[in-house]
Write a protein that binds this ligand. Structure first.
Ligand SMILES: Cc1cc2nc3c(=O)[nH]c(=O)nc-3n(C[C@H](O)[C@H](O)[C@H](O)COP(=O)(O)OP(=O)(O)OC[C@H]3O[C@@H](n4cnc5c(N)ncnc54)[C@H](O)[C@@H]3O)c2cc1C
Length: 473
C-alpha cells in the first residue's frame, strides 16, 4: 500500500492519513499517487503541452467509485477533475494538486438492436464505440479521431462526419446517468430531470460526472469518403467552391475543409511529400452504387493532386488520422464559429493556410449545418445552431522548442479571421480563453445554464471545465 501522506501533498494538507486510507479502502478500481511507479504515465493527457500533477488519480471501476470520489472531494474541499478520454484541448481532464476521476476502466457498451440504441460508459473512446456500433450496421454521430473520449466530446456537442445528416452527438443523446455534486446518481432525459438533460447537451462537464450515455443509433456502415487534396495555391478557389457547395449539398454528403502538409511516407505519393495542401475530407453515406456519379462533378471542379476517396467501413474513416497524430504532441488551439465566408475571409484563410509553421499544424473547418441546424438553438445548451462552420486552427509539433512559432501562427491567423466570425467558439476546441468567451459561446442560453448550475452544483465542485459559475448566495 502507498504510504504517502496527504499532508505532504500541495493543496491537500488538511487531510490526515486515516481519511485517505478509508477512502482508498472503498475504491474497487486503482488509486494512483505521486509515489507510484505508474503515476507519470497515468497523468499524461493527449496534449503534450499540458503537464499537470494531481495529488490522486482514481481509475474508477464502477459508479460506486465515482460516487466515493465525488463525496471525498466535496467533503475535503479537494479540487476535482474528470477525465473521459483525456483529449481536451486545454487539458481539462486533469488538474494540479487535486483528485482526478479517471473513467478509462469504465468501458461497457451495450447495443439494443431492437430499440436502435447504444448505452456507453463514460470511459469509452470513439473508436471503441464505432467498432461496436459498426457490427450492428449503425453509428452514433461523433468526431473524426478514434482516440477521442465519448464523454468530453458529447458533453461539448460532438461534431464530425455525420453531423449534416444526423446532427450533433447531443442531438442523438436520449439519456445520461449522472453522479451529481451531492453524490447522488440520477437519470437525465426528456422526462427525468429535463433541465439537467438540457444543460448536459452542450454545457460540458459542469453538472456532474456522466457515468453512462444512451444514444440513438442511425444507419451508416460502409461510406464513400476520405481525403481529396489540391495544391495550396488553389486554396481560395477551392474554399469558395466548398462554401457554395456544402451550404446547399444533400445532407448525406459531409466533408470538412482543411489545410495540411502531406506526410513524407507511403501511401502518400513521393512527389507530394511535405507539400502544403488544401483539401476536403469527405464522407458520403448515400447509396454506394451512386457514389462515383455524385463525386464526378466534384472531381471535375479541379483535378485533385491526391484523391484517396472511396468506399470504406465507417470506423476506417473515423480512425484514419489517429496514427498521424499520436498522443503527446504539443497542440495549441484557437477556434471560432463562422456563419459566412466572404471573399476577404477566404483570402485570409488562404494566406495563413499557406504559412503553416510546422508539418503537423492544420486548420479544419467543420460544417455544422444540415440536421444540426434544424434543432432550435434554445432546445439544448448548444447555442450555435445558426453557424455554418466550427473552425479550429491548431499549431502542432512534437518539439516544445517550436511552440513559440506554432502559437504565434495560430494566434495571428485567429486574430485576422476573428472579425469575420459568428461570436463564441465550440467549447471542445477552446483552451483557456476566459469567461467572456464562454458567455459568447452560450449566448442567450448562458443565464439558464447558470440557473441549472446553481441548482445542481452550487459550490462549483465541477469547475475544471469551460466553467459556468453558479450564482453565489
Ligand atoms: C485529435 C483531436 C481530435 C478531435 N476531433 C474532434 C471532432 O472531430 N469533433 C469534436 O466534436 N471534437 C473533437 N475534438 C475535441 C474533443 O471533443 C474535446 O477534446 C473533448 O473534450 C474530448 O473529450 P475527452 O473525454 O477525450 O476529454 P477529457 O480531457 O477527458 O475531458 C474533457 C472535459 O470534459 C469533461 N468530462 C469528461 N468526461 C466527463 C464525464 N464523464 N462527465 C462529466 N464531464 C466529463 C472534463 O471535466 C473536461 O472538462 C478533438 C480533439 C482532439 C485532441
Amino acid at each position: 500500500m502507498d504510504t504517502t501522506t496527504l499532508e505532504k501533498l500541495p493543496g491537500l494538507f488538511q487531510l490526515n492519513d486515516l481519511a485517505l486510507q478509508n477512502f482508498k479502502s472503498t475504491i474497487h478500481g486503482q488509486v494512483i499517487m505521486p509515489a507510484d511507479s505508474n503515476y507519470d504515465e497515468t497523468r499524461k493527457v493527449y496534449n503534450g503541452m499540458i503537464d499537470k500533477r494531481p495529488a490522486i488519480i482514481v481509475k474508477c471501476a464502477n459508479t460506486e467509485d465515482v460516487i466515493a470520489c465525488v463525496n471525498f472531494a466535496r467533503n475535503n474541499n479537494i479540487l476535482l477533475a474528470i477525465r473521459g478520454g483525456g483529449h481536451n484541448a486545454g487539458g481539462l481532464g486533469i488538474c494540479d494538486d487535486g483528485l482526478v476521476i479517471d473513467l478509462s476502466l469504465m468501458k461497457d457498451i451495450k447495443i439494443d438492436a431492437t430499440a436502435k440504441t447504444v448505452s456507453v460508459q463514460g470511459g469509452c473512446l470513439l473508436k471503441e464505440l464505432d467498432a461496436a456500433t459498426h457490427e450492428a450496421g449503425m453509428a452514433v454521430p461523433a468526431g473524426i479521431f478514434g482516440t477521442t473520449g465519448v464523454s468530453g466530446l458529447t458533453l461539448g456537442g460532438g461534431l464530425g462526419y455525420l453531423t449534416r445528416q444526423y446532427g450533433l452527438s447531443i442531438d442523438n443523446l436520449q439519456e445520461a446517468q449522472v453522479v451529481l455534486a451531492n453524490g447522488s446518481l440520477v437519470k437525465a432525459s426528456a422526462t427525468e430531470n429535463p433541465d439537467l438533460f438540457w444543460a448536459l447537451r452542450g454545457g460540458g462537464g459542469n453538472f456532474g460526472v456522466v457515468v453512462s450515455f444512451l444514444f440513438k443509433l442511425s444507419p451508416a456502415h460502409t461510406i464513400y469518403g476520405g481525403p481529396m487534396l489540391w495544391h495550396i495555391d488553389a486554396s481560395a478557389e477551392m474554399m469558395q467552391w466548398y462554401h457554395d457547395f456544402i451550404t446547399k449539398a444533400p445532407e448525406n454528403i459531409n466533408g470538412f475543409f482543411a489545410f495540411l502538409t502531406v506526410p513524407p511516407f507511403p501511401p502518400f505519393p513521393e512527389h507530394l511529400h511535405m507539400k502544403k495542401m488544401c483539401g476536403i475530407v469527405w464522407c458520403y453515406t448515400g447509396a454506394l452504387d451512386k457514389a462515383e456519379e455524385v463525386f464526378k462533378p466534384i472531381r471535375a471542379i479541379r483535378t485533385p493532386a491526391l484523391d484517396f476517396v472511396g468506399p470504406m467501413p465507417i470506423p476506417a474513416l473515423q480512425t484514419m488520422f489517429d496514427g498521424l497524430y499520436p498522443p503527446g504532441l504539443q497542440w495549441y488551439w484557437k477556434a471560432d464559429f463562422a456563419k459566412e465566408l466572404n471573399k476577404e475571409a477566404i483570402e485570409l484563410h488562404a494566406k495563413y493556410g499557406s504559412g503553416m509553421p510546422t508539418p503537423l499544424s492544420s486548420m479544419h473547418m467543420y460544417p455544422v449545418n444540415g440536421a444540426a441546424s434544424r434543432v432550435n438553438k434554445n432546445d439544448t445548451a448548444w447555442n450555435n445552431r445558426d453557424a455554418n462552420y466550427a473552425v479550429v486552427i491548431v499549431g502542432i509539433d512534437p518539439d516544445p522548442a517550436n511552440n513559440d512559432k506554432t502559437i504565434a501562427w495560430a494566434k495571428d491567423y485567429w486574430n485576422a479571421l476573428h472579425p469575420y466570425s459568428a461570436g463564441g467558439a465550440y467549447i471542445n476546441f477552446m483552451m483557456d480563453e476566459g469567461e467572456d468567451r464562454i458567455k459568447a459561446t452560450y449566448g442567450d442560453n448562458y443565464e439558464k445554464l447558470v440557473e441549472i448550475k446553481t441548482k445542481y452544483d452550487p459550490q462549483n465542485l465541477f469547475r475544471v471545465n469551460q466553467n459556468i459559475k453558479p450564482q453565489m448566495s
